[in-house]
Design a protein around this ligand. Sequence first.
Ligand SMILES: Cc1cc2nc3c(=O)[nH]c(=O)nc-3n(C[C@H](O)[C@H](O)[C@H](O)COP(=O)(O)OP(=O)(O)OC[C@H]3O[C@@H](n4cnc5c(N)ncnc54)[C@H](O)[C@@H]3O)c2cc1C
Length: 450
Amino acid sequence: MHDLVVIGGGGAGLTSALTAKKLNWDANITIISKDELSYSPCSLPFVLSGEIQSFDAIGHDLKNICENSHINCIIDKAVEIDLEEKRVSTRKEGDFPFKSLVIATGGRPRKLDVDGSDLKGIYTLQNIEDGKKILEKATDSKKAVVVGGGAVGVETAAALRKRGLEVSIVEMCDQLFGHCFDQSYSGIIKKTLEDEGITILTGKSTDGFMGDKWVDSVNVGGKDVPADFVVVGVGLIPNGELAEKAGIKTFKGAIQVDGWMQTNVDGVYAAGDCVLTHSLITGQPICSQLGTSASRQGKIAGSNAVGCYAAMEGVLNSMVLKLFDMEIGRTGLTESDARCMEIPIISGKVKTTTKPQYFPGAEDLYVKLVFKEINRQIIGAQIVGSGEGVADKIDLCAYAIQKNSTIDDLMKLKYCYTPPLAPINNAIVDAAENAYRKITRLREVRRRKF
Ligand SMILES: Cc1cc2nc3c(=O)[nH]c(=O)nc-3n(C[C@H](O)[C@H](O)[C@H](O)COP(=O)(O)OP(=O)(O)OC[C@H]3O[C@@H](n4cnc5c(N)ncnc54)[C@H](O)[C@@H]3O)c2cc1C
């Protein structure tokens, strides 16, 4: 009998096993993983760009990691979960009875259901094997088309451009990063990518792939865009089938969990890209599918699975990316998402610089904060800038959201200043002050109307 069986050795699965072992050293813990290597898929675009030397640099032997932590490691595919018998069956290595189970099976890239999608030369980027195929093809290619203007698509496009390829991004929505950034901020990102030589086709559907065996162009809204190869990054399907077949509750393929990462079955937990989690702000269910969420959910599932207590308070989907010299980050709700949900908001915006303007290396910095009008609490932030510091500012905003901070709290932020690192006026404070002025004006207008 295994105290804990974990299916999946990715960010969520490995974190849950390591956390469980840390908290309960005597527990007999087993990971079942299809992959021999443990790595962060987030690093794949940087091998494609050449910033990381090779795929060997990102992968670590899962068996070694487990051995060092006194965790059993089975390299095999889990094919069935029997909830009556409390047992996981694998393809070759037999059955694994458990007291507790964590399902961390991740997700798989969504494919496009259009003509020609079975042609050769159309890739997705989810694991090292995908990365190797793309890199091999990129080295003897001139033109690439990336379908999908979300994080994976844009990071891949930037990486291929850095390799010197002619790159086009095709995005069906009328902006890049649909639910992550409001249109004006997405516009700043688009302009930077275009300045770097990437062609961006927003508001255009991918109608099909053309070619004889191998793709040679993409039909974009009726026009052919030539391509030596294509990378499709249009989202992830949660791998919830194993759980669903066992009778565990899922919604649109994603495993449903409570605030303790437990499924509807006692002692069976789930974490990572395969689960449906909930928003910290609205409480509504969402798929987070970020490495940060996978790791946090893994910690919580692993703790609870060995008799400790930890709760998942919800996600903000904080995200930060580096695209060429530009850093972009976001957390919580955008203005447009909040408006769609009929949450009355006030936004505060500022365009400033990363250091005092006179200091060498000062770069533009755009900050937008979104506040609930009713109680002035911050519910979202978007930051775009050249230079460093976006990640820390996004983390600060995420913390402010977690703590229900208001416009007034952020206006009183006690920050630091020194010319080589930060200007005398803090961008978060300035954006909060901008929101304060708007709300004051709004009150004045209402008072006059009355
Ligand atoms: C290109 C790319 C860039 C990204 N960049 C970022 C980023 O910058 N920041 C960020 O926060 N997130 C990023 N992400 C997302 C992040 O990588 C994922 O959210 C995270 O890796 C999910 O972890 P996971 O453990 O849930 O899934 P995975 O890492 O996919 O692990 C699941 C594991 O389960 C195994 N498995 C599945 N089924 C079975 C089975 N039946 N039996 C045995 N094993 C099984 C799989 O083989 C896999 O190894 C990126 C993702 C990609 C693809």
